[in-house]
Design a protein around this ligand. Sequence first.
Ligand code: GLU
Length: 561
Amino acid sequence: MDFNYLADLLFPNLTETTEDIEKRFPPRNLPEGAKVTRFAPSPTGFVHFGGLFPSMVAERLAHQSGGVFYLRIEDTDAKREVEGAAEGLIKTLSTYGINFDEGAILDESGKVADHGIYGPYKQSMRGPIYQAFAKKLISEGKAYPCFTTEEELDELQQVNKKEEIKNTNWQEEAEARRAKMLAGRNFTIEEVEEHLKAGHPFVVRILAMGDPEKKTKFTDLVKGSLEIPENDEDFVLLKSDGIPTYHFAHAIDDHFMGTTHVIRGEEWLPSLAKHIQLFSYLGFKLPKYMHIAQIMRLDENGNKKKLSKRDMGANMDDYTRMGYSPEAVCEYVMTLLNSNYEEWHAQNADKPYTAFPFNIKKMSVSGCLFDFGKLNDVSKNIVSRMSADEVYEKVVDWAQKFDKEFAVELTSDEDFAKKILAIGRGGKKPRKDITTWVDVKPYMGFFYDKYFAMIDSYTEGFKKDDIKKTLVSFLETYDANDEMNVWFDKIKKIAEELGFASDMKAYKANPAAYKGNVADISSFIRVAVTGKQNAPDLYTVMQIIGEQKTRARIENAIKAL
Ligand code: GLU
């Protein structure tokens, strides 16, 4: 058969040849060792936690090596496309510090537009490029048109399914289906001409010459040494609308965009045989591959399950609503990605995660376990090391979106809010009351009359009368200008007067001799002023809320007793 004639017959109107395309996309001129990586999402919805993973790896590897990190939108499946998803995912990723050097990124007006010379970066805009290469493969006898319609193939698949259910030998059916497909290889030019004249659509299939018995050694940078069987499936390269399948677009785009490392989910591992074959047919150098393990979670019965789209924690936008700072999420992801991250972090607590030398060899080969408990630990530590100003800014930002009323309180007196947030910060052992921004209101709300409530009761086992007397005596001697020691001496004095131990050692030596101790006396005052048993240092609390409010709260507490 004259393959050149066949190729022209099928693609008569292409203006660019593959040589033209090669010239249009010169190799990148980057220093030795610089990695070119990409994130290549399909714009079908939100960013999944499992998508943040590979994109963070890709970003780190590119930027750590002085390379390029770009965004390619894989919109070849129009049916699954969601309006605005591309814009949304660029914004979400940027919240997590994942910014692209190149690709289909946002312009000033917030619309997706191409930045860079290797575009278009949206696959739907690259039709003629894929078609030129499909034509080339046909002209070399490495691909062929197939006029079997989708419906006919679907029908075959249905038959297979039914057979499977009937528990007959469905493998035989699969063989038959394959035979039917292979029969598509035997066609004449006349038949093709007839089909075209009748306006029949066709797909382009690869002519797979592989023998699955034969295996090629392959090294995946995460999974290690693998043996990949040769591909013998005539898979589709171009669909009937001229749009490529993932496989074909992957080979062509990653070649021309100069990707050095393909970082993607391990669900693509079974397709690797196809990709190896395709790169070889096209005469392209195979990039390096990293197949990232899926994220797992524990179900109610403690079994590992894939973190699915609907699971809590899957949608990256949820973390914003839940009040996690992106730094915490990123750091948590790093702990999952590199086993030595935590050790490094312990020694470099003041450095951002981007200073960590990310190492491919330290990546987990099997699935990482997603765990809110661990994320919360990481988050608590991060927030505890932030300055009061930083926390204030982030909380206000969060509250303006999710708790407007609280935002109004916070911003009505910035100094007041910052003084509260400064409690217990800056030292070696900072307080860790805040995990997410949602925690801030319950933690500091009592400083505001609007949110003050008697949440806890007084410590049990004490007489109401003693509690009342404590509060009354406190009010009698309280002077907001007292130094902390003087303030505490006054509380000790109250303790002594009421038969409570003012000295803890003495109390421990003979507890039966006392009604209680000075800590109990303090707790009565604490509950009256804060409404809680656990609150930041009481002296500081009184200093911040001021004499008037302190007195008013204690007076109210006395009345209520
Ligand atoms: N569009 C593919 C996906 O979303 C990309 C896989 C890849 O990175 O090559 O799964």
